[in-house]
Ligand binder design. Structure first.
Ligand code: SAM
Ligand code: SF4
Length: 329
C-alpha cells in the first residue's frame, strides 16, 4: 500500500526516476539540437549510493514500481547496476523508457537483469521518417532488438510514438502499426505532443489532437478497454485478432490528471510532483548518508500536500520544463 497520497485522494505507488539528462538522439520535439551541457547547473547526476537510498525510502513508502528514464538512461555505464540496486532495495517492478539505441546488442542483458518491462520510443516504422525525427538511422537495430526480446519471452514490451501532424499521423501510418501489433506481442501507444519551454514552434507546427487516432480505432472495430483505478494515463483498445494492444496517451484531455499515480525524481535529485508545473524541491541533501533515511521519508511525505490537481498544460503553462529530457519524460 502506498503511503504517498495527495489532497485529491490520488495515491503514488509509481516513481519515474531520471538518471541522466544526456541523450544520443536529437528528436525534433525534445532535443532538436542534441544534448547540450547545462552550464547553469553543474550538479552531477545521481550516483549509485544516492539511487540506493532513494530506492530504500520509496520502498518503505510503499512504492512498488520505478521506471528509469532520462535523457537516454542506457548511456550510463552503470545502467545495469542501477536496475540491480532498485531490485535489491525491494522495488517489485523495475521498468525503463529507452530510445532503443543498440537494443539488439542489449536485449539479452536486459532480460538477464530481471527488468520487468520496457517502453521503447519509435515514432515511425518508416526508416526515413524515423531518421528525420530522431536524427539517427537506427530503426533496424531497434526492431531487431524487439524481436530478440520476444524470442527470449520477455513480457511487457511497449512502444510509444509521439503523434505528429503530417509526419506520422496518416491512416497509412496507423495501418502499419496495426500490422506490427498483429504479429508482435507489443502494446503500441500514441502520445500527444506536449508543449515545452523549448519546442513552441515545433508544437505549433506538428501538434494534432489524438482524436484522429481514436476515430481510426473506432472505425476499425477496436474495443475500448475499461481499466482499474490505478491503471495510469493510457486509454487502451483491444482486438482479439491482434497480439498487441493500441493505446492513447492524451495529456490535454479533460480527465488526464485524475488518474495520475506517479511522482518524479530528476537526474540531479529534485523531487517533482508533476512532469509539468513549478512544484519541486531538491532532496539530494538527504541522500548523502544512510542515517538520513527517516528524515528523507518525512520530507517526501510532507511534499504531498503541494501536488496540484492538474498540470494546467491547456493554459500553456510549461512550468520548469524546458524539454522532457530534463524532467524525465
Ligand atoms: N530517451 C528515452 C526515450 O526517448 O524513450 C527516454 C526519455 S524521453 C524524454 C521519454 C518519452 O517522452 C519518449 O517516449 C518521448 O517520445 C517522449 N517525449 C519527449 N518529448 C515529448 C513531448 N514534447 N511531447 C510528448 N512526448 C514527448
Ligand atoms: Fe533523447 Fe528521448 Fe528526448 Fe528523443 S525523446 S531526444 S531519445 S531524451
Amino acid at each position: 500500500m502506498s503511503l504517498l497520497q495527495d489532497n485529491f485522494g490520488r495515491k503514488f505507488p509509481y516513481i519515474r526516476m531520471s538518471i541522466t539528462d544526456v541523450c544520443n538522439f536529437k528528436c525534433g520535439y525534445c532535443l532538436a539540437n542534441g544534448y547540450q551541457v547545462d552550464k547553469s547547473d553543474n550538479r552531477k547526476f545521481l550516483h549509485l549510493d544516492e539511487i540506493r537510498r532513494l530506492a530504500i525510502v520509496f520502498s518503505k513508502l510503499g512504492v512498488s514500481k520505478i521506471r528509469i528514464t532520462g535523457g537516454e538512461p542506457t548511456v550510463r555505464k552503470d545502467f545495469f547496476e542501477i536496475i540491480k540496486i532498485l531490485k535489491d532495495a525491494g522495488i517489485k517492478k523495475v521498468t525503463i523508457t529507452t530510445n532503443g539505441y543498440h537494443l539488439d546488442k542489449k536485449a539479452q542483458m536486459l532480460v538477464d537483469s530481471g527488468l520487468n518491462g520496457i517502453n521503447i520510443s519509435i515514432d515511425s516504422l518508416d526508416r526515413k521518417t524515423f531518421k528525420s525525427i530522431t536524427g539517427h538511422d537506427r530503426l533496424p537495430e531497434i526492431l531487431k532488438g524487439i524481436q530478440i526480446l520476444q524470442d527470449l519471452n520477455f513480457e511487457n514490451i511497449k512502444v510509444n510514438a509521439v503523434l505528429l501532424n503530417n509526419i506520422n499521423a496518416s491512416e497509412k501510418d496507423f495501418n502499419s502499426w496495426g500490422e506490427f501489433i498483429k504479429i508482435n506481442k507489443v502494446d503500441f501507444r500514441f502520445i500527444e505532443l506536449m508543449q515545452t519551454g523549448d519546442n513552441l514552434d515545433y508544437f505549433r507546427k506538428y501538434h494534432i489532437s489524438s482524436k484522429i487516432f481514436k476515430e481510426y480505432l473506432n472505425k476499425n472495430n477496436w474495443i475500448y478497454q475499461t481499466l482499474g483505478k490505478d491503471a495510469g494515463p493510457s486509454i487502451n483498445y483491444i482486438n482479439p485478432d491482434y497480439k498487441g494492444k493500441f493505446g492513447i496517451i492524451a495529456p490535454y484531455s479533460k480527465d488526464f490528471c485524475k488518474s495520475c499515480n506517479r511522482l518524479r525524481i530528476t537526474s540531479r535529485g529534485d523531487l517533482r510532483l508533476c512532469l509539468f508545473g513549478n512544484t519541486g524541491i531538491s532532496i539530494r541533501h538527504l541522500l548523502q548518508k544512510d542515517d538520513q533515511i527517516a528524515e528523507l521519508q518525512d520530507l517526501i511525505l510532507g511534499q504531498m500536500k503541494f501536488k496540484k490537481e492538474s498540470h494546467y498544460l491547456e493554459l500553456g503553462e510549461t512550468g520548469l520544463t524546458k524539454n522532457l529530457s530534463k524532467t524525465g519524460g
